[in-house]
Ligand binder design. Structure first.
Ligand SMILES: N[C@@H](CCC(=O)N[C@@H](CS)C(=O)NCC(=O)O)C(=O)O
Length: 372
């Protein structure tokens, strides 16, 4: 892509941020010439909050001055401009798998990400929050600044389901997932073959900043799943932008199926409940703004050897917005393509995923969810 040094694409982001890692990895693979600027306290105050109305990263500023927040919208934006290979596979199954994996990474794997960061990397995280907010402060000051800056993030961790009681289940489920991913990435460069898909970008969010870069978590990943760590490195520093092909014949590799089955076992019941909660909220308050969270829901992890694997988590309508990318895709298919996608969903225990699952669709406008 062309690059005007006078008007670069700017990514406001931070090394410790989950979704910054997703955006950065994508922009690098896409070959976008961008400049990354640290989301310091001043950047939040002077750029991010005035533009979005709230504090969130990553944020893109395009050479034309357009602001984009939300990694999915960032990817959509650059995919629409790109002439090269797409991160959206064309095959019905592969495209569905890619959308589902983005939803799994963005919304579900927050749980192990937050658990490991705040239980096993707390001091590191304070330092990182401090050096992001105030890069010029002394290391001692940064720890204090970091503790304050982290409150908003740390405070929400139990509400994501990462409570001390759930620690054994979260770790057992995550280690089982690492085993499944290891089996996959020891024979495949990316989820669907030789090219990263939007599903890889969903997974890289939690698996990079929190579960690879945070030191205690990185040690676990490198020890238990070296091929996963190698995939993280490949994703974060792509050897060759805009290269590679998806597997031929719309194949979703056998080795990816256990990962998708785990997603459906753990996240599936919550997705059904989420769609019901969004529809009930619309029924009760059709004119109200859609809140970021709609109460709490129970969830159960597939945690080998652990008895207490049920906790509670916030219900996030944003998850439905991401799910709609899968259900809209499914709804656009007909004939043999739809039949092939349905067989695949059955194979992974996801046959509840139908266009009808979403009763009250949402879309994004001006950095917020609104009714579609
Ligand atoms: N769906 C958004 C999520 C972005 C997000 O949660 N960013 C975190 C940092 S990794 C953040 O700024 N959170 C602030 C908050 O949740 O209030 C995206 O894909 O960009």
């Amino acid at each position: 892509m062309s690059f005007d040094p006078n008007r670069p694409t700017i990514l406001y982001a931070a090394p410790l941020s989950l979704f910054s890692g997703k955006a950065r990895a994508y922009l690098r693979w896409r070959g976008v010439a961008f400049e990354e600027r640290l989301a310091t306290k001043e950047v939040y105050k002077e750029i991010i909050v005035p533009r979005l109305g709230y504090a969130m990263i990553p944020v893109i500023e395009t050479p034309e001055g357009e602001t984009i927040q939300d990694t999915t919208e960032i990817i959509d934006h650059f995919e629409a401009l790109a002439a090269g290979p797409s991160v959206f596979p064309e095959g019905p199954r592969q495209r569905l798998a890619a959308h589902l994996l983005e939803l799994y990474g963005d919304e579900w794997l927050l749980l192990p990400a937050m658990h490991y960061r705040w239980r096993h990397n707390r001091d590191f995280a304070y330092r990182e929050f401090g050096s992001t907010a105030a890069p010029d402060a002394s290391p001692e000051e940064q720890v204090e600044i970091g503790k304050k800056a982290a409150t908003r993030f740390e405070g929400v961790v139990p509400m994501l389901g990462a409570t001390p009681e759930m620690a054994p289940a979260i770790e057992a489920s995550y280690e089982a997932l690492l085993g499944e991913l290891e089996a996959h990435f020891s024979v495949n460069d990316y989820c669907l073959g030789g090219r990263p898909s939007v599903g890889d970008y969903g997974l890289i969010g939690p698996l990079y900043a929190h579960l690879y870069r945070d030191p205690a978590s990185g040690e676990i990943m490198k020890r238990l799943a070296p091929s996963v760590a190698a995939w993280v490195e490949r994703m974060h520093e792509p050897p060759q932008p805009e290269s590679g092909d998806f597997l031929a014949g719309d194949e979703v590799p056998e080795t990816l199926l256990p990962v998708l089955r785990r997603m459906m076992t753990e996240q599936g019941p919550c997705l059904r409940e989420l769609c019901g909660a969004v529809a009930a909220f619309k029924g009760g308050s059709p004119d109200a703004d859609i809140p970021r969270a709609l109460g709490m829901q129970p969830f159960t992890l597939d945690a080998p050897g652990v008895k207490e694997a049920t906790g509670k988590r916030l219900i996030f309508p944003n998850g439905q917005w991401l799910l709609q990318r899968a259900t809209d895709w499914l709804g656009s298919l007909d004939g043999s393509e739809r039949a092939s996608a349905d067989v695949f969903l059955k194979q992974i225990g996801g046959d509840f995923v139908t266009p009808e699952l979403v009763e009250a669709p949402v879309r994004r406008e001006n950095f917020r969810l609104v009714w579609a």
